[in-house]
Design a protein around this ligand. Structure first.
Ligand SMILES: [Zn+2]
Length: 389
């Protein structure tokens, strides 16, 4: 017979306090689940959270009891349960069947994972499930999750990651109005130059922070400075002796500067001269011009750029989690031809300083959507099937 677990509110006989427990069909306590709910209440989780976790764990234990002992399940078992949650519609309060969203299913997995982590610490789990539920993943520098230098983080095991399970924030500014607001929002001269440099040339924040004034040839090159490039441009260099720990990675390259950028740079030089006066000794293009403390005149840091970009996002009403979103926006627009004609991939690769074109290819299109459309384009005709004897 199928064992069904339910969440019930019980009143403690001695104190009269009430707490959530999980019971089976005969009214017997599921000791582990009930102890976990007591633990959650004791560490200060809100009654609503405890009730919501309790309902999920009761449902999970009921489903599990049909085939397995909850103390010995595998990650594959949890993945199957996740699949069930996604595919089996549940009845809403109005009685209509409705599928669960991925966000909802993620909450269910969070509850079950929390239960197992607690149970494992209590010595109740009989295998290494808990260590297998997550894995350490490396996020490369320059990706939205990786930031400037790359990072390692613990994430759900591959089997439990939902397809297209990306963070809700977009990876590029995919809203034309938001782009217009970013281009026109009022900023101080240094910040406008920095935003425009990242947004219109796609260089990395680390590359912008490594730029020296001597790398900017906004009047074109000349024999004196050993540069023969005639048009306004700047040099992205790797070996500058920086003062801010910034790292220019990728390929050294020349980026041409539009008249707009040249103007922004001139505005900034005037502002910088006015604000720093005699205290201007840094070779860096981007220095702290607005601070009044010891940092004044020093090279800007990555943290400073990040803060600026996040603040811009707040002002334009579009989430900008860091400077790399400007680089992603630049690349996506050029490759897909958004507000312009599509540009050849190898040209964009050179602009971005990618060593491999594979890195540039990620901007081409939404691959999953394109795959679906490609398969749908070859839709089969209706066929009648012969039934074999
Ligand atoms: Zn030059």
């Amino acid at each position: 017979m199928r064992e069904g677990y339910r969440l019930r509110k019980a009143t403690l006989p001695d104190s009269g306090a009430s707490r959530w427990v999980v019971i089976d069909e005969r009214g017997d306590l599921h000791r582990a689940a009930s102890a976990w709910l007591a633990f959650l209440a004791n560490v200060g989780k809100s009654p609503n959270t405890v009730r919501s976790y309790g309902a999920k764990i009761a449902w999970y234990l009921t489903w599990t009891a049909q085939t397995s002992d909850w103390r010995r399940v595998t990650v594959g078992h949890i993945a199957m349960w996740q699949h069930t949650l996604l595919t089996e519609p549940f009845l809403t309060s109005s009685g209509a069947p409705s599928p669960r969203s991925k966000a909802t299913v993620r909450l269910w997995i969070t509850a079950v994972r929390a239960f197992y982590e607690w149970a494992d610490a209590e010595g109740l789990v009989e295998n290494d499930l808990v260590s297998r539920l997550t894995q350490v993943k490396y996020f490369a520098p320059g990706t939205p999750a990786g930031g400037e230098f790359g990072t390692r983080r613990r994430v759900l095991a591959d089997e439990l990651r939902l397809r297209d399970d990306r963070d809700a924030d977009p990876e590029w500014i995919n809203d034309a109005d938001a782009r217009t607001r970013l281009e026109t929002v009022t900023l101080r001269c240094r910040d406008r130059l920095l935003v425009d440099l990242l947004y219109f040339t796609g260089i990395r924040a680390g590359e912008a922070l490594s730029l020296f004034r001597s790398d900017l040839h906004m009047g074109g090159g000349s024999r004196d400075i050993g540069c023969h490039v005639v048009d306004p441009h700047f040099h992205v260099r790797v070996g500058n002796p920086v003062e801010n720990d910034a790292r220019a990675k990728g390929a050294e390259r020349i980026i041409y500067a539009s008249p707009h950028l040249v103007e922004r740079y001139v505005d900034y030089l005037l502002e910088r001269d006015r604000l720093l006066r005699g205290d201007d000794h840094s070779p860096h293009v981007f220095v702290n011009t607005y601070s009044r403390d010891h940092r004044r005149g020093q090279a800007m840091t990555y943290a400073g750029v990040r803060k600026l970009i996040i603040r811009c996002g707040e002002r334009i009403g579009f989430p900008l989690r860091g400077p790399h979103i400007l680089r992603h926006t630049f690349a996506t627009r050029l490759v897909r031809g958004i507000d312009c004609d599509p540009q050849p991939l190898d040209v964009v690769q050179t602009l971005l300083g990618h060593r491999s074109i594979t890195s540039t290819r990620v901007y081409t299109h939404d691959l999953e959507a394109a795959k679906k459309m490609a398969l749908a384009a070859l839709a089969p005709r209706a066929a009648s099937l012969a039934v074999l004897p």
